[in-house]
Design a binder for this molecule. Structure first.
Ligand code: BGC
Ligand code: ZN
Length: 388
């Protein structure tokens, strides 16, 4: 192919048998197991080979392991799991000039659909694919990163500074908040909403509520705080608990939905300018939607499992949406600016909350621990599989 691959020493020694361990999901057999997977090779000059350092486990992975969704690539019995990865470049194709051996990278998740008429996919905005024929690494029809090495096109990789090695695995889950907030500020440009006082943050003077205190919620909370929002986290577990302690230590306020009912919560927070939903639960979301202020905006990021229909206060919500100029948006996946924003903000978080940021990663495990991490509900905040 004309490329001049440069292999690092560790990679050469490892590659002797040409096979790698991977965590595979076999939907046909309803099995999740360690599989032996051929080590990937660079197949074109624009590709990069990466040694996986860490892979984060999230609710999406657990859903895939319950066979709710997740599709292997055509012709494969299994899907290699994993879409939240941090890796180190071990080989670069001749034209992959942005990267060099030893660089830390985080790959994006979604790959464009093949249709020329899909303008988002044709313009690197596959997060807005129109056809639904996109693929997602570790989720839909393309193997993921929960294995020892992977190859990708350089345009799907994002450079991570070496100072962020210990927290780089949080980049992908942070892109959820980055893309959400970018859209919030974009949508709210329809009116003078943003704070313009220099040095205070665009959300200064506004109230935000985060629903849920999982990794996406807590990373969202951090993002809102650095943007100046007065931030509350409304989540099920009674306080105090490790998540409430963490949230309060950031300068936000944790309130338990189990012990503080909606009415009291409403009285405490007042009108809410922004709701960032990261709980994946409809009932609490539509209840809290009623607290939206004039010109308020509600962002859904959760993906609830299928359940029976629930009653919601639809007329009240509809009346408010109209009379209060409110907006509801759903957001999935992320574009390159969201990855770049996440990498930048992780640096900001690390300077502002060095201990709290690291404490989001509550466990690091070897690949053999996959069953406990994927088939159980998940303890702690963010569990990570370490491959080196
Ligand atoms: C991933 C997204 C993906 C979504 C739906 C999430 O867990 O972070 O990248 O688009 O699942 O598959
Ligand atoms: Zn995820």
């Amino acid at each position: 192919m004309g490329q001049s691959p440069c292999l690092s020493e560790s990679f050469k020694t490892h590659m002797k048998n040409g096979k790698m361990r991977a965590v595979g999901v076999l939907p046909g057999k309803r099995v999740v197991s360690l599989v032996s997977h051929p080590a990937p090779e660079i197949a074109s000059a624009s590709q990069v080979k990466i040694r996986t350092i860490e892979v984060g486990i999230c609710g999406t992975d657990r859903e895939i392991c319950s066979f709710a969704y997740g599709t292997p690539p055509d012709g494969s019995e299994f899907l290699v799991l994993g879409h939240e990865a941090l890796g180190e470049v071990v080989e670069v194709g001749a034209s992959a000039s942005q990267f060099k051996v030893g660089d830390l990278v985080v790959p994006s998740v979604r790959r464009p659909c093949p249709h020329r008429a899909c303008s988002p996919c044709q313009s690197d905005r596959q997060d807005f694919c129109f056809t639904g024929d996109f693929t997602e690494r570790g989720i839909k029809m393309t193997h993921g990163f929960l294995t020892e090495y992977f190859v990708d096109e350089e345009r799907h990789l994002n450079l991570v500074p070496s100072e962020l090695r210990d927290v780089g695995v949080l980049v992908e889950p942070l892109t959820v908040a980055e893309k959400a907030l970018a859209q919030v500020f974009q949508v709210q440009q329809r009116l003078p909403w943003e704070n313009l006082t220099a040095g205070k943050g665009k959300g200064y003077g506004k109230t935000a509520v985060v629903l849920g205190a999982g990794p996406v919620g807590i990373l969202g909370c951090m993002t809102l705080l650095v943007n100046g929002f007065t931030t509350f986290v409304y989540s099920r577990s009674p306080a105090p608990n490790p998540k409430s302690d963490l949230v309060n230590s950031l300068g936000a306020k944790y309130i338990s939905a189990q012990t503080v009912p909606l009415g009291r919560f409403a009285a405490e927070v007042g009108p809410v300018d922004l709701v960032y939903e990261a709980a994946g639960v409809a009932q609490i979301s539509f209840d809290v939607m009623k607290l939206l202020a004039l010109n308020g905006i509600f962002v859904f990021t959760g993906i609830p499992a299928e359940k029976p229909a629930i009653p919601i206060d639809a007329d009240c919500l509809m009346r408010d949406l109209v009379l209060k100029n409110q907006v509801i948006i759903g957001t999935v996946n992320a574009d390159r600016p969201a990855f770049e924003g996440a990498i930048r903000d992780l640096g900001v978080f690390k300077r502002r909350w060095p201990e709290a940021l690291g404490s989001l990663i509550t466990g690091r495990y070897p690949i053999e621990a996959f069953e406990d991490l994927l088939l159980d509900k998940g303890a702690g905040i963010k569990s990570v599989i370490t491959l080196e």
